[in-house]
Ligand binder design. Sequence first.
Ligand code: ADP
Ligand code: ASP
Ligand code: MG
Length: 504
Amino acid sequence: MLPPFRVHDATGSHVRTIDRSAAMIVLKFGGTSVGTAAKVADAAAIVERQPLPRAVVVSAAGGVTNLLLEAANAAASGDDELVADTVAKIHAKHAAIVAGIASPDEQARANAVLDQLHAALDGLIGEVRAVGEVSKRASDAIVSTGEKAMSAIVAASLRARGTDAVHVFADSVLATDDRFGNARPDRERTRVQAEAFLRPYLDAGTTVVLTGFIGGAPDGSTTTLGRGGSDYSATLLGAALSATEVQIWTDVPGVLSADPRKVLDARVIPVISYDEAQELAHFGAKVLHPRTIRPAVALDIPVRILSTFAPAEPGTLVTRHAAGDHIKAVTSITGLMLLSIDVPELEDLAGAAGAVFSQLSVDRVEIVHASQASSRRRMTYLVDGAVSGSCAATVGRLEEPLADFEADVTCADDVAIVAAVGEGAASKPAALGRMLAVLDRAGIPVLASSQQTSNVALVVAVPGRFAQRAVDVVHEAFVGSQPASASGRRPRRADMLREPLRVG
Ligand code: ADP
Ligand code: ASP
Ligand code: MG
């Protein structure tokens, strides 16, 4: 009989022991971690170190999602030369990775799938060219090519190394609604489909390699979960399969106290609570898609964030409880609008709030933060500018719903939120005062502030151009002052960021 599986076997740091018969690991690899032939080989080796049964969720190779969107937009504007150029880049990227698969037979199998996907892509792009616009539905079908290609490549790479593996396109497993571009999952249907389509492979000891990011609408068409959505796919599929652990393998060695690309002395947070991770992701830490943690919470599934560039680092464990009452991380989210609504009578506040919420909901605009000061009969909303457009457009759309309230609406574009996250610390009454004092000393104007009722985050809104400086000074004050041992390991910066800054 095999000995119990020690979680984190490969790193030497033993965190937890799982009975092998009970373990079920989901591993997710992001775009940089499958961006080259060498990285795909590294990912395959990481997969093989985990016990069976195991499922793998993959993103498109780094940059491919953006290239697919570029191709779609070029087709809509009739720029055939740009379409051909962009599609050629996608083919070349896939070909370079397939060339690294260690068996000619498996290269041929991967190429057969790629040929089909690339032909389907040509067809979809032709349709966009004909109608002259990219619908969200067409966009989702087009971008799914990246994840579908990678699932076939990774499965072939595993088989070439002697590991039994199949690829599965998640549009037949991960059930969603039909909000193309930002679909919501149907957990029940996903569980049924996962049992039907995946369980037989898992029971047979076959590694299942699934596409991240994509799902299937009730009518069977392909949807996506929003940019960066492969993390969310991993926990949704993990929950559907009752996984014992979900591992997010990426290009940084865990969740850090700030984005290491922006804050030089950011450090790894060894353990973080579900609530803290959700707040960080919600307020802009790209390392996790904002909705990633939700499916794990209900089933208490531990989520681990690990680096394919430094696989021996212990990473970050996200779990129900996390020790400490200090601020663990500082993050920011830019490109927001600050919408303030004043009503003359206190009695009108709830009605006006209702009108605003329902209009934003119709427009599918997410409210990143809301607060209300009853005494001043004022409500303040921070909303995503990328979805809602400019202040002028949003205020215009609110005119009619607010007509009965004599409301005074003001709006500022290009606003950022800076959030300092840490359970316990954020509930200390003095903490927000300290944060405001730090910002004031640095000469940073604060447009709004709040200490959330959840007590997990201190939140301030600042003009966008001050966001970076605000993160720097708040990080320095709250995290930089803590001894490194209390707040996390600090691997060499060179180990943290092997890649230059990239987009997509
Ligand atoms: P993947 O392609 O693996 O999904 P992403 O680029 O989506 O990777 O997410 C990882 C990136 O998130 C890192 O390279 C880093 O720049 C960024 N990031 C932002 N905030 C944080 C944070 N607090 N901790 C770690 N990484 C962060
Ligand atoms: N490939 C998709 C994106 O670039 C999904 C992901 O990487 O998680 O947004
Ligand atoms: Mg990501």
